[in-house]
Design a protein around this ligand. Structure first.
Ligand code: SF4
Ligand code: SF4
Length: 247
């Protein structure tokens, strides 16, 4: 017992001070892409042709970060002349069309619909639905419960039953086998309820897009309030989205 207390004392306070203090992520992290509209057309075309997600539109030189898996191919091929990734982890939007971007996203707090801050600002209980995810999106959601992020200090918790929840967080490309379970979970959440699509899979099908076994995006099944892109989204991307949208 004394050793435990001694260790605890030596470790000190481990919880992040975010959002009161900014966090700088290390350089390998790929956050919000910055797109140069002056990039040569042949470079843009090369990036669009090689993008595994078909996320680049060479016509308007925009990237769909709902499709993007942040592989870095376009940055490497263009040597930063067309796309360069910033370390900005604030990627969430409330309208799907805002995910098609040149690197300038609208402020999330200005687009909060249905007065969610008044409804859930003090307490938000979420049910997570893994609809055929690869477990990376789910793992990075789990990380939010660790002492560093300590999501519960903001009044946000994950609960076991949809009947105890204010909304759902959906990860994965929503396979045919998971569709009924997802819709039943959604129905079981009492209204007013919130729906969050987390990760490129749940937003657009991600790497599985185009397969008849998955959905083309959660919004094709139920109305979505918040889109959190990434493959997987960084825990700070989740945290920023939840705090900005609901608090
Ligand atoms: S980083 Fe995104 S936009 Fe660029 S090549 Fe990869 S998937 Fe495509
Ligand atoms: S978005 Fe990426 S990390 Fe998340 S479930 Fe799909 S493949 Fe896995």
């Amino acid at each position: 017992m004394l050793n435990t207390l001694k260790n605890r004392f030596e470790q000190g306070y481990r919880t992040s001070r975010y959002p009161k203090e900014k966090i700088e992520l290390p350089s390998p992290y790929r956050g919000l892409p910055k797109v140069s509209s002056n990039a040569p057309a042949d470079v843009v075309k090369l990036c669009a042709d090689e993008c595994p997600q078909n996320a680049i539109n060479p016509g308007n030189k925009m990237i769909d970060i709902g499709k993007c898996v942040f592989c870095g191919t376009c940055e490497r091929l263009s040597e930063g002349r067309f796309v360069s990734f910033s370390r900005n982890f604030e990627l969430a939007v409330s309208m799907k069309e805002h995910l098609i971007t040149d690197g300038d996203l609208p402020s999330l707090s200005k687009h909060s619909k249905r007065n969610f801050k008044a409804l859930f600002g003090r307490s938000l209980q979420l049910r997570q639905v893994s609809a055929a995810g690869c477990n990376a999106c789910e793992a990075d959601l789990n990380v939010l419960a660790t002492p560093f992020f300590d999501l519960a200090r903001f009044g946000i918790n994950f609960v076991a039953s949809p009947r105890h929840a204010d909304g759902i967080v959906v990860t994965g490309p929503i396979s045919r086998n998971m569709k009924t379970a997802l819709l039943k979970t959604y129905e079981a959440v009492p209204s007013p309820k919130v729906v969050i699509a987390a990760g490129s899979c749940s937003i657009t099908g991600g790497p599985f897009a185009g397969s008849h076994e998955v959905s083309p995006g959660l919004d094709s099944l139920i109305p979505v309030d918040l889109f959190i892109p990434g493959c997987p989204p960084h825990p700070l991307t989740y945290l920023h989205a939840l705090l900005t949208y609901f608090k």
